[in-house]
Design a protein around this ligand. Structure first.
Ligand code: ATP
Length: 301
């Protein structure tokens, strides 16, 4: 019986995750491998979306009991504001976005959206209000149209074109002989890293979420593409509550608030200017990055 139960349970989970239109297939696969299912409470109400405030209150978290990943994390992103998180690899930055989306439940404290604990509302209603642009976008082996509309299958052609326009990928798509019907993915047209990210941005726009999460790609795009993607993200983030998991400091300069994380704790918090003046870890990171840029420029000459 157990043997029968496990695959059924597993399939049910896959189905539900697809139904909820998670940000991306790679996330679905990660979930399938790694995550015990997070359950809705019996009779959980839907989230009542107001202005779109996000709050982490004394959040502690561990994936496995032996290893604490987040420790007493506190911050609020006011409606329409942008919060950027920086820190070394493994500091726990992406974990914050996973907890906001409720891929996992916090071990202590709470994550709140408009004052409502994400554990108390249905996952479906929570995920509807959050658009995610993931680190690495995996495309379906299907048309560009399908890949865009995945965020909101009932979207009209006009809405899809408008979203592609906002993500600065419309011209490119329309220049292809088969336009939106072009097949992409493993068996179709191979898109560059930057183009894939634009598709992910357009998907997120189509969902019309109040809250946006950008998990910046760690893989390096060329500087020009990176800059262009950055500008697109800034345009899209306008008027949305935005959480940016940043891997490059150039992304965070204009943020309303920057968190510097280290080993699961917030060690510094403030605006770019405040943190530079404070003269701590952020300032060191900034100076180091400036030096690296300078060296790159000199090498290029
Ligand atoms: P990066 O900048 O490299 O993306 P990050 O700061 O976003 O890193 P997280 O992805 O939040 O880091 O991971 C924080 C820690 O949690 C890491 O040490 C990682 O190994 C661990 N971790 C991440 N996912 C899991 C998981 N599913 N199970 C167990 N440990 C995990």
């Amino acid at each position: 019986l157990l043997q029968l139960f496990i695959p059924l349970n597993f399939l049910g989970m896959v189905y539900r995750q697809i139904k909820y239109s998670l940000a991306d297939m790679d996330l679905i696969f990660k979930l399938m491998e790694e995550q015990p299912e997070v359950q809705d409470r019996p009779n959980a109400p839907a989230l009542v979306l107001k202005a779109g405030e996000v709050q982490f209150s004394h959040v502690g978290f561990s994936y496995v009991p032996e290893r604490q990943i987040l420790r007493d994390v506190n911050f609020t992103i006011r409606p329409g504001q942008k919060l950027a998180v920086v820190g070394h690899s493994g500091a726990g930055k992406s974990t914050l976005s996973r907890l906001l989306f409720r891929f996992y439940d916090v071990t202590s404290g709470a994550v709140l959206v408009d004052g409502q604990d994400v554990q108390a509302v249905t996952q479906e209603s929570l995920r509807q209000v959050i658009g995610v642009v993931p680190q690495d976008t995996v495309l379906f082996n299907n048309t560009i149209y399908y890949n865009l509309a995945y965020g909101r299958p009932e979207a009209s052609q006009e809405e899809i074109e408008a979203a592609a326009g906002m993500a600065h990928i419309r011209q490119f798509i329309e220049s292809l002989p088969q336009g939106y019907q072009t097949l992409v993915g493993e068996r179709g047209l191979k898109l560059s890293g930057g183009e894939k990210q634009r598709i992910a941005i357009a998907r997120a726009i189509l969902k019309r979420p109040r809250i946006l999460v950008f998990d910046e790609a760690t893989s390096s795009l060329d500087t020009q593409t990176e800059q262009a993607i950055l500008e697109t993200m800034q345009e899209v983030a306008e008027n949305h509550t935005t959480l940016v998991i940043a891997h490059r400091l150039s992304t965070v300069v204009d943020a309303d608030q920057i968190l510097v994380m280290d080993e699961g704790r917030i060690i510094e918090q403030g605006t770019h200017r405040q943190l530079l003046t404070q003269g701590g870890v952020y300032r060191d990171m900034w100076l180091l990055q400036q030096e690296e840029r300078q060296m790159q420029l000199e090498q290029a000459e």
